[in-house]
Design a protein around this ligand. Structure first.
Ligand SMILES: C[S@@+](CC[C@H](N)C(=O)[O-])C[C@H]1O[C@@H](n2cnc3c(N)ncnc32)[C@H](O)[C@@H]1O
Length: 255
């Protein structure tokens, strides 16, 4: 896909420089905003604004916004159990590998749950999603004080989880988590909808899942829709009554 890089209207010199740098990184083209016309008529445009990086893809805007994470972190602060605690109990100080960063809601919640004693490593294959989220997480403390400090112990990597897992040793991570794009999207999932045109869709392979089961010190979790045959791939299904998604769980009995 050809990527055009530009700025918002009335850019500063540093915004123009940033758009040029991004155009080189994405092997795309820098076009000054005043020459570009309507963003919705272009297939894919990266826009450098004063406060963020935004992508317009086929007329839809994708920007970093941790809305779901804010809600979940607020509930945790109010003493409610997050889904990861319902499945695993207390995970303070765990080392977590989030194989599918997306818009980082799960990574931020996991960062809150493991606390500063733990660590989250998050992988994203899409270059554009990675860039937008890396930029957003870098500005998290000033833009979203409710989530202040949570990006500090998240390490981001722009890699394919299948390759990354190959280089791991047993015990590098306590939890390995996968939330790949669903074959059948859940229509009422607005947070994920603009992500769909940019995301990678390769399903989680049995090879990578089996490798993860051997590597994770404590658990592997896979998220998918309710009809996904978790049992057929050796995972125990966990569904909250009110939820449209399910989780497949593998607990490492050696621990
Ligand atoms: C459903 S989204 C994850 C949402 C995320 N859990 C959140 O809370 O925002 C799936 C993400 O995984 C990425 N992805 C898919 N296959 C991947 C792979 N093999 N390696 C790394 N990332 C991958 C997609 O590009 C997409 O951004």
């Amino acid at each position: 896909m050809d990527i055009i890089c530009t700025t918002s209207q009335k850019p500063t010199d540093s915004m123009i420089q940033s758009a040029i740098t991004h155009s080189k990184y994405f092997k795309g083209e820098y076009i000054p905003r005043k020459r570009l016309g309507s963003l919705s008529e272009r297939e894919c445009v990266l826009v450098v604004t004063k406060s963020s990086l935004n992508v317009y893809i086929k007329g839809q805007k994708l920007a970093f916004h941790p809305s779901m994470a804010m809600l979940r972190v607020k509930r945790i602060k109010n003493g409610e159990l997050d889904i990861f605690n319902k499945i695993l109990g207390d995970i303070t100080s765990w080392a977590v590998l989030d194989c599918t960063l997306g818009l980082a809601s799960d990574s931020l919640v996991l960062s809150k749950l493991v606390s500063c004693k733990g660590q989250v490593t998050s992988l994203e294959k899409s270059k554009l999603i990675y860039k937008i989220v890396k930029d957003g997480l870098g500005k998290l403390d000033s833009s979203y004080p409710e989530l202040s400090g949570l990006s500090k112990n998240i390490t981001l990597k722009n890699v394919d989880f299948n390759n990354y897992i190959e280089g791991l040793n047993y015990g590098d991570f306590d939890l390995i988590y996968f939330d790949p794009m669903f074959d059948k999207p859940i229509e009422n999932s607005p947070a994920i909808s603009p992500l769909r045109d940019l995301a990678h869709y390769s399903p989680l392979s049995i090879k990578s899942l089996e490798k993860a089961k051997k590597l994770a010190k404590k658990a592997v979790i896979v998220k998918n829709n309710k009809n996904f045959p978790f049992e057929e791939i050796g995972l125990k299904k966990f569904t909250l009554p009110s939820s449209s998604v399910s989780y497949g769980i593998y607990l490492n009995k050696e621990e």
